[in-house]
Design a protein around this ligand. Structure first.
Ligand code: NAD
Length: 467
């Protein structure tokens, strides 16, 4: 077993000094050049690669995460993002010529520079502790910023490993980790950032946005919501079952984009339930508890919250329901509910609970989905093209996967983000670069144009008549 660094809270009285150091590095302009950015990203890549085992161990301790999931959703994910970013960065950084500029203004060389925003704060969440922290950090480095990362204290082992990697591999005067919980984050929010990137729940998102507003600091908020899956009578029940089970067992359901509830046409419910049972048997032949491929709930507080949601439900448990607090185990649990007021629909579960509400038709499903949460992070319609188009046309959401559970969010280069209360702003691949970049409009006025510019100077007498 690899030995892991200890999670230590950064002393609060050191935070202003750390911020000052990172700000000074930004003002030294050393992060501006392409070569510097590429070198730092490559070092971060090697930091991840060299420490894959430590990351796996940390994610296992924090979330019982299977090593395969850690690779595809954390380490490998970030390494691929770095490769993609390095391969494209020179192109992204290039000035863009402004589109649709009238011919007579072309002499001014109108263009858009891609400038860094400055000193940015990234606040990560616990469920994908590496990806949700380093993903935005990769974009921020690529865009030429300096960065302070505050990982989630609820995945302390992953947070400690990230601190070790950043200290050891990249320029720590430019990119640094502050570990801690609410007091440390509150102290961080006292500093003047050029951008704050926050991932987590909407209540804290509101605190961050209010604090940022005091200094007119721009924010990107990656929040949660209650995401519906809608299964029409024309959907393929086997595909829907396999895909939606996968979307709920990955990371033991602690996925912001996974479906929170399923609205299904009554006509297809029996076949769908049959396929759900078959799928669970296939994925976990000896049950989820005995499977090495199923994670655990992050901590006892979250486990107790999920248990209460389930206990309070008036629905009927159809599959699962087993729990073990000592192991923070919660079996993937399918519950048929009959009311929108059920505890399993009243809030985001952020766990392996699968409430199913039967409906009479697609119109009813859309009406319910819009009434539960009109701007969820994701929406997952299953059916024929006409039906899935109707869902897209009559709902809003951050993203959507047609005939699948959150596949759109699994593509590392497709912009990812919420809308309305599920968040604002987007990142991933090129969008991460854009997220931390100021598109600065610039013109250069040549000397030879001065005669033509006489039109703008006073005295104005007689000039209006020319228009
Ligand atoms: P969390 O407990 O890890 O908290 C997130 C961050 O907020 C942590 O770094 C924490 O230190 C900080 N924080 C907590 N209280 C704070 C306060 N009072 N002031 C300042 N900072 C504070 O994670 P969570 O919020 O419980 O995460 C679950 C929620 O996040 C769910 O709603 C989920 O849908 C959402 N989420 C969204 C995304 C996304 O990409 N849109 C990803 C993951 C999670």
């Amino acid at each position: 077993m690899v030995s892991l660094p200890a999670f230590e809270h950064t002393p609060i009285d050191k935070i202003a000094g750390i911020y000052g150091k990172v700000q000074k590095s930004y003002l030294s302009h050393k992060t501006r050049g392409l070569e510097f950015r590429l070198a730092q990203l490559r070092k971060l890549y090697w930091g991840l690669k060299d420490n894959q085992e430590a990351i796996q161990e940390a994610c296992k301790l924090d979330l019982g995460k299977p090593s395969y999931e850690t690779y595809i959703t954390e380490t490998g994910w970030c390494m691929n993002d770095i490769i993609f970013t390095c391969n494209n960065l020179a192109k992204w950084m290039k000035d863009e010529s402004a589109p649709d500029i009238p011919l007579m203004n072309k002499a001014l060389s109108p263009r858009i520079r891609k400038d860094p925003l400055g000193v940015v704060l990234v606040i990560g969440a616990y469920n994908f502790p590496i990806q949700l922290s380093l993903g935005p950090v990769i974009g921020a480095i690529a865009a030429g910023n300096t960065v302070v990362l505050k990982p989630s204290e609820n995945s302390p082992n992953a947070a400690a490993v990230m601190k070790m990697i950043l200290e050891k591999y990249v320029d720590s005067s430019c990119y640094t980790v502050i570990n801690g919980a609410v007091p440390e984050t509150t102290a961080l929010l006292e500093q003047k950032w050029d951008k704050i990137f926050y991932t987590g729940n909407g209540t804290v998102g509101t605190i961050i946005a209010k604090k940022a507003a005091e200094t007119l600091t721009p924010v990107t908020l990656e929040l949660g919501g209650r995401n519906p899956a809608i299964i029409t009578k024309n959907a393929d029940p086997r595909l829907a079952a396999r895909r939606l089970v996968w979307a709920k067992i990955l990371n033991a359901g602690q996925v912001c984009v996974s479906q929170n509830y399923i609205l299904i046409d009554r006509e297809i419910l029996p076949q769908f339930l049959e396929e759900l049972k078959k799928t669970f048997k296939e994925f976990f032949p000896a049950g989820a508890k005995a499977s090495p491929d199923y994670g655990r709930i992050v901590n006892n507080r979250q486990w107790t919250r999920l248990k209460k949601m389930l206990d309070d439900s008036k629905g009927k448990i159809l599959i699962g329901g087993n729990m073990d607090e000592a192991d923070r185990f919660l079996e993937p649990t399918v519950v048929q509910v009959d009311s929108l007021d059920d505890s399993l629909l009243a809030d985001e579960s952020f766990g392996p609970l699968i409430p199913i509400l039967p409906v009479s038709n697609l119109d009813e499903a859309i009406k319910i989905a819009n009434s539960v949460h009109d701007t969820p992070l994701g929406i997952y319609p299953f059916g024929n093209k006409k039906e899935t188009d109707q869902v897209l046309n009559q709902t809003r959401s951050g993203g959507a996967s047609v005939n699948d559970g959150f596949f759109h969010a699994s593509l590392p280069t497709l912009a990812f983000g919420g809308v309305g209360t599920s968040g604002s702003g987007a990142y991933r691949g090129r969008s991460s670069f854009d997220c931390f970049t100021h598109r600065r409009s610039v013109t250069t006025t040549p000397a030879w144009i001065e005669r033509m510019l006489a039109i703008r100077y006073p005295p104005y007498k007689g000039k209006l008549g020319q228009y």
